[in-house]
Design a protein around this ligand. Structure first.
Ligand code: GAR
Length: 210
């Protein structure tokens, strides 16, 4: 059984997709053992409570330095002894110590087709604003392992989504969530839990067929 901890900062629709995926049997062999938010008022914490999953807030505002905050975050994660950490809209850059300790055991969902529209400053609605400003016709979402960089880790799954005429950032964000994020994040967790990812000769990850 894969024990997962989900880290969140906001609305938690990706967290909800994981909760629903486990409940409906689309994610198997997986137990959600906790949710950690860096924001006290994150609706994701309400979603966790409603699902009967322990939720805690570790806010940088409660610590006198970034270092102390990082220590508290690591302690909160360690106490849950996860096999996998899932960043589901967690808008904090992870401390190096955490990334090293959990190397190969942290996944992130990013709302674009990496390597486009990613890296420092590209998060949430800003990604979709940049997509519309550039005029690309196809965007999407990516699930990847987290390494020391921002959105630079090995890619696990991607799904493309069409940009439509007259899209607003909000409309496009919703479409990317519905058509891509809420599908590929549960699919990636299920595949990890069931040992279905393999690496090819290039070192790229792919999902093995049953
Ligand atoms: C999602 O679109 C997620 O991909 C994005 O934040 C949103 C969180 O929504 N993450 C990033 O931009 C990370 N760089 P949610 O709280 O409803 O899941």
């Amino acid at each position: 059984m894969l024990k997962i901890v989900v880290l969140v900062s906001g609305g938690g629709t990706n967290l909800q997709a994981i909760i629903d995926g486990i409940r409906e049997g689309r994610i198997t062999n997986t137990r959600l053992c906790g949710v950690i938010s860096n924001k006290k008022d994150a609706y994701a914490l309400t979603r966790a409570e409603q699902a009967g999953v322990p939720g805690v807030c570790v806010s940088p505002k409660d610590y006198d330095s970034r270092e102390r905050f990082h220590e508290a975050l690591l302690a909160a994660i360690d106490s849950l002894e996860p096999d996998l950490i899932v960043l589901a809209g967690f808008l904090v850059i992870l401390p190096e110590l955490l990334v090293k300790k959990y190397e190969g055991r942290i996944v992130n969902i990013h709302p674009s087709l990496i390597p486009s529209f990613c890296g420092a400053g590209f998060y949430g609605l800003r990604v979709h604003e940049a997509v519309l400003a550039r005029g690309v016709k196809v965007t999407g979402a990516t699930v990847h392992f987290v390494d020391g960089g921002t959105d630079t880790g090995p890619i696990l799954l991607q799904k493309a989504v069409a940009v439509q005429p007259d899209d607003t950032p909000e409309i496009l964000q919703r479409r990317v969530m519905e058509e891509a994020e809420w599908k590929i994040l549960p699919a990636a967790i299920d595949a990890i839990a069931n040992g279905r990812f393999a690496q090819d000769a290039n070192g790229s990850y792919y999902m093995k067929e049953d």
